[in-house]
Every structure is written in C-alpha cells, then in structure tokens.
Design a protein around this ligand. Sequence first.
Ligand SMILES: CC(C)(COP(=O)(O)OP(=O)(O)OC[C@H]1O[C@@H](n2cnc3c(N)ncnc32)[C@H](O)[C@@H]1OP(=O)(O)O)[C@@H](O)C(=O)NCCC(=O)NCCS
Length: 177
Amino acid sequence: MSRVEPCDHPSSRDCGIRDFVMRIRLFEKEDLPAILAIQKKTPLAAQWRDHDYAQLAALPGGMILVADLETMTPPKVLGFAAFHRVIDEAEMQNFAVDPEHQRQGVARALLEEAKRRLREDGTKRCFLEVRAGNKAAHELYFSVGFGLYSNRKNYYRDPPDDALILALELFPLTIMP
Ligand SMILES: CC(C)(COP(=O)(O)OP(=O)(O)OC[C@H]1O[C@@H](n2cnc3c(N)ncnc32)[C@H](O)[C@@H]1OP(=O)(O)O)[C@@H](O)C(=O)NCCC(=O)NCCS
C-alpha cells in the first residue's frame, strides 16, 4: 500500500482533497459501487460489468489498484487501475479517475504504485491500449515512461478511432559506455 500525505499535487490546493490522505491499495468487493459510478462518468474507460472486476481480482495474475481518501468517513474512492499479469508481462485493462478529482495527481499515483508492485513481482513489461484521440491519457502515459509499441487502424467504434499500443519497460536495459 502507498500513501500520499496529504495530496501533494499542486492542483490539489483548490480541490478539497488537500487535507486528506490519499492511499493506493488493492481492490475490495465493497469498492464495486464506487468504481462502477466512476466508470459511468468516464466514457473513455472500458465499461465493465461488476463481475468483470471480481473475476479479474480473483485471477492469480489479476491486480486492481484503488485510490481512496482513507481519512474520509467512509473512505472516498477517487480512481482505479486494473491489470492482468501473465508470466513476466502485464496489461493494463481499465483505468479511470473520478472527473471531480482529475488533474490532482491520482492517476500518476496509481501508475507509480502499479510500477512498484509489478517490478516487485518480476514483471518485465507492461502494455496498454489507448484511443489515438485520448490526449490526456497519452500525456500521462508518456510522462511515466510508456512508449509507442504499435498501432491498430480503426480499432475502436462509437466514435471510430485508431488504437495505440503503448509499452513500459519495467527494467530498462542500460547501455554501457
Ligand atoms: C486519463 C486519466 C486517468 C488521468 O487521470 P488524472 O488523475 O486526472 O491524471 P493526473 O492528475 O495524475 O495527471 C498526470 C499527468 O497526466 C497529464 N494529464 C492528465 N489529464 C490531462 C488533460 N486533461 N490534458 C492534458 N494532460 C493531462 C498531465 O501531464 C498530468 O500532469 P500535470 O497535472 O502535472 O500536468 C483521466 O483523465 C481519466 O480518468 N480519463 C477518462 C478515462 C480514461 O481515459 N482512461 C484511460 C483509458 S486508456
């Protein structure tokens, strides 16, 4: 589990979460209503059914991280990131932050904790798929170390878009001089 005490992103000053402690932890089934509500408010996230989360969390390679404000009663869920690991590779399959709490560093904190946990498990590479038009997500992914791996033309519908496949090397090779 990781904690950001208090939310120290510069834009959190006006957001109301400054005085609370943001925690990144593993998903619990009690998180489902909040996660489904966030998903509904973020059409660019994959629109999963409740049992999709429970099934992924139950898989040996499943990992769903949840960001919450643990010092609120009850703790308020801010966002989530869902991963599936197979041998030494992982895929991020779903990811969203509550629009009320976007641009406060929640997604970055989720990804940094995911990187830490995936490295700890020996995962070498993490992939994800993102709409070519989702510029906010691109900015974030490139800023945490993802790079372009490939693209799939006209992959998405409603609205149509290309898919970019991004990859993050969790143990990048260093070139000796
Ligand atoms: C993409 C998403 C998860 C980012 O969440 P967030 O908590 O707002 O992101 P952060 O506050 O951690 O931002 C980290 C960085 O990402 C980039 N970023 C985030 N939102 C951005 C936006 N709207 N425009 C441009 N850059 C953006 C910035 O580089 C930002 O750093 P900065 O705030 O220091 O400039 C969020 O916008 C979201 O839930 N979108 C809808 C669902 C979605 O697109 N999921 C991904 C599907 S692949």
